[in-house]
Design a binder for this molecule. Structure first.
Ligand code: NAG
Ligand code: NAG
Ligand code: NAG
Length: 377
């Protein structure tokens, strides 16, 4: 966030202490808004104009919005060859500076979104557990408008003001473990999900709304402890695989001396998180099927030029996209190694003392101030 925007935000907050809450919070939190896909999708899920402004993109996405300038904010997670993450519309940027405006970057064409550029994904583990689907991917994040050095952050449908990050972002799946119908044209809205992206990898987890513990598995309060805690996994860079998996523990929940404990993430004002009282257990996986990159991602575009096209409000297609020639990269998967080899995905808390492993954004901090002002005024 720029200094100007920041001071504008603070000024707005200060000038409206009495009304801070009504100006910040929508009448209906994003997580309570339900839309059928594709028939019930509105142009924008968030029609408010509050402290964080308006939704930057749109949810109604189709062939006219598809391409590398799409501002589509409707995302999908189905299988190893068909998933999206949230990343900035313009770059190079950071998640912290753009969390409210991220757009969907996907692996499968046909839904009006951007596509993750060919070659950006260097390893994938997609798991189906009884309660959620989870994709871990290693990537060249600079191809998704992120600065190479960005440690990233968390996107989820809540946010300090309950409008979500991105504002109005919607999520769907046709392969949920409990809600799935086996009919690939039937999509269920995912109410609880989280996406950690940065440090050259990502975790996208979508929790089945039929599962009573969906909000626990997709917990959204652990934004600084890293993917090995929020999405414990045995994914390996260079390997492309899809597995069945047991459920993980809820993020933040662990067992010590036979006692079940819940970790509390300290406030960011207390400084970097330099140690963790536990190591998250990687759930057992089975039935891993290994792919080559080209098996999964043959339709991804090769982007010419250094940066992606500049988005436009109209979401017109960029002309600089050429279809990747099928099988052009042979990213041969070495082995599924699904059991035992729990190589972490990075983002560990030891990195620079964990200061910014998956940091909260400037907005979250400011929102905290606004909250405090509102509550104590
Ligand atoms: C396609 O999406 C755009 C952007 O949301 C929207 O304005 C337009 O009405 C859509 N077209 C159709 C046929 O739904
Ligand atoms: C549905 O998608 C899955 C992959 O997610 C595929 O294995 C299956 O064949 C598809 N089913 C139909 C009926 O197309
Ligand atoms: C991501 O990878 C690049 C290239 O290896 C590296 O320079 C950069 O430091 C990495 N970023 C993070 C946040 O680890």
């Amino acid at each position: 966030m720029s200094a100007v925007a920041l001071s504008a935000l603070l000024a707005a907050a200060a000038a409206s202490v009495v009304n801070a809450q009504t100006q910040q919070f929508p009448a209906t939190p994003l997580a309570n808004k339900h839309f059928a896909y594709p028939s019930g999708i509105p142009y924008q899920a968030d029609t408010d104009d509050l402290l964080r402004g308006t939704q930057q993109g749109y949810n109604l996405c189709n062939s006219t919005t598809e391409g590398q300038s799409s501002l589509c904010q409707t995302a999908f997670v189905n299988d190893a060859s068909d998933w999206c993450v949230w990343a900035p519309p313009n770059g190079p940027s950071t998640i912290g500076d753009t969390e409210g405006e991220e757009v969907a970057w996907c692996t499968k064409p046909g839904r009006g979104t951007r596509l993750i550029p060919a070659g950006a994904i260097t390893g994938v583990q997609f798991v189906r557990s009884p309660s959620y689907l989870q994709v871990i991917a290693f990537m060249d994040q600079t191809k998704l408008n992120l600065e190479a050095s960005d440690f990233g952050g968390e996107l989820d449908p809540h946010g300090a003001d309950l409008r979500g990050n991105p504002l109005g972002g919607l999520m769907y799946s046709n392969q949920l473990p409990q809600s799935g119908t086996g009919d690939n044209s039937t999509f269920t809205q995912v109410i609880e999900w989280h996406n950690f992206i940065g440090s050259n990898h990502t975790c996208m987890k979508v929790c089945d709304p039929k599962d009573p513990n969906a909000a626990d598995y997709c917990q959204h309060v652990f934004d600084r402890i890293g993917v090995q805690y929020t999405c414990p996994n045995a994914a390996q860079d260079g390997v492309f695989e899809m597995c069945d998996s047991d459920n993980q523990e809820y993020p933040g929940v662990y067992t010590s001396d036979g006692q079940t404990l819940t970790y509390t993430q300290p406030a960011e004002s207390l400084g970097p998180i330099t140690s963790m009282p536990y190591t998250a257990v990687v759930p057992a996986s089975s039935n891993c099927v290994t792919f080559q990159s080209a098996d999964l991602f043959s339709a991804l575009p090769t982007i010419s030029g250094a940066a992606a096209a500049t988005p436009t409000a109209s979401g017109s297609n960029s002309g600089s996209v050429a279809a990747a020639s099928k099988g052009s990269t042979s990213n041969v998967a070495s082995r599924s190694g699904s059991s035992g080899s729990a190589s972490p995905t990075g983002g560990s808390t030891s990195q620079t003392g964990g200061a910014h492993t998956l940091r909260t954004s400037a907005f979250a901090t400011i929102a905290g101030v606004v909250f405090a002002v509102a509550f104590f005024a």
